[in-house]
Write a protein that binds this ligand. Structure first.
Ligand SMILES: Cc1ncc(COP(=O)(O)O)c(C=O)c1O
Length: 418
């Protein structure tokens, strides 16, 4: 096709309705209304191909992996390891050995805090996190500090919910051993400048973990380009099953770390005197893993890749802009999180209405949102609110969903006489 034709071709429309039809759960009624699912940051819904992958595994392949000589074990092992390759390609890791399967983002972070922390963090060292971290990226580091005598330092944010890079620059120094920072805030939607954050930490010899739970479903992530040392995410937020997640780590670091858990598959040789450990990634995958979960995560990544994360990001951004513009015209509605760089999340409070009431009334309209502290209590304290109402968008959401949300909000205001 020549240049002119390319220019004349109309932009391909993102057909959310078409993708929506892939998700059986979305066609049901809730409280006698069509379900409008806007709680995607908590967990996303699953397309039929993902549901089929899980049931296909159990009806055709179910078997334990790695140790079996029989056909089914070989098939299950191949599918499990093929999924590892899919994850590697999805985040552009250098090697399959750098992909560790864990239960989720929470376990990935705990693994690093324990295993890397045990060897590398001592009294007086500093660990840097930010004000907008999820509890999963606060508590493991607090526990590490309690065990070692290291000190937790917290980067502040501004009133828009943006990471204050100049303050970070002042906080990070030779004592900084570790930086753990969220890529996209689950409570605000802010996208953090993780590449710059990593670059500065490395100048001081500190290692960096990125909590990518809310980033991987909404944007292309390239761990080599970011140069992060560790990257964590959960399958269930990217259209895959619960109970499975990924820790990416640079092979050299993972090799030097002690095992996190002991058991089958993570060993090379065991005697009562001493055990030696398996190679990566198996050193960190003790016991029978979530085989079905891993294979099904692979199917979810295939699904997302076929649609294209860039296209998904553009679509979700349009929904966010539409919702943000609409919110500006609702009296008494205040957005919590107005960062310039923002993804897929509309967190808000309504004057004189508790967010739980907002959530309950919306539920009566069939609109599912999340209310509460979003596992980010220090962040709520920063904004001086006990909780927010949060609508979060996924690839299958439409402008009609946004309109249903605002129709529900109008009803809330009416019921509270606002
Ligand atoms: C930013 C962030 N980090 C960590 C987590 C924890 O993920 P999981 O519960 O899947 O381990 C979440 C989940 O909401 C999250 O949004």
């Amino acid at each position: 096709m020549n240049q002119l034709n390319v220019l004349q071709r109309p932009p391909r429309r993102f057909d959310a309705d078409k993708w929506r039809a892939d998700f059986p759960i979305l066609s049901q009624q809730v409280n006698d209304r069509p379900l409008v699912y806007l709680d995607n940051a908590a967990t996303s819904q699953k397309p039929q191909v993902v549901i089929d992958a899980e049931s296909g595994y159990y009806s055709k392949t179910n078997s334990n992996i790695h140790r079996g000589v029989h056909r089914l074990s070989e098939l299950a092992t191949n599918q499990y390891e093929a999924a590892r390759g899919k994850v590697r390609r999805f985040i552009n890791a250098a090697s399959d050995r750098e992909i560790i399967f864990v239960r989720g983002t929470t376990e990935a972070i705990n693994l690093v805090a324990h295993s890397y922390g045990a060897r590398n963090v001592k009294a007086g060292d500093e660990i840097v996190i930010s004000t907008m971290e999820h509890h999963s990226n606060i508590v493991p580091w607090q526990l590490l500090c309690e065990r070692t005598g290291a000190v937790l330092r917290v980067v502040p944010i501004n009133d828009d919910g943006e990471f204050l890079f100049d303050d970070y620059r002042k906080l990070v120094n030779e004592r900084t051993r570790f930086v753990a920072v969220v890529h996209v805030s689950n409570a605000l939607g802010s996208i953090n400048p993780v590449k710059k954050i990593i670059e500065l930490a490395h100048r001081f010899g500190a290692r960096v973990l990125v909590d990518g739970a809310q980033a991987v479903p909404h944007m292309v992530v390239d761990v080599q380009d970011l140069d992060c040392d560790f990257y964590a995410f959960s399958s269930h937020k990217i259209y895959g099953p619960t109970g499975i997640g990924v820790l990416y780590g640079k092979a050299a670091l993972l090799n030097a770390m002690p095992p996190y858990q002991g058991g089958g598959d993570m060993i090379r040789q065991v005697t009562f005197e001493k055990s030696t450990y398996n190679d990566l990634p198996y050193k960190f995958e003790a016991g029978t893993p979530n085989i079905a979960g891993v294979i099904t995560l692979g199917a979810a990544l295939d699904y997302v890749s076929a649609i294209g994360l860039d296209a998904i990001a553009v679509h979700e951004h349009e929904l966010l802009e539409y919702a943000t513009a609409t919110a500006a015209n609702v009296p008494g509605m205040r957005l919590i999180g107005t960062a310039r760089d923002k993804a897929s999340i509309l967190s808000f409070v309504l004057d004189g209405v508790h967010p739980h009431d907002t959530g309950t009334i919306l539920d009566h309209q069939g609109v599912a949102i999340r209310t509460g502290h979003h596992c980010a209590m220090p962040l709520m304290a920063r904004f001086k609110v006990p909780a927010t109402a949060r609508a979060s968008f996924a690839l299958y959401n439409t402008r009609e969903d946004v309109e249903a949300l605002f129709a529900g909000i109008a009803k809330v205001r009416q019921m509270f006489g606002k």
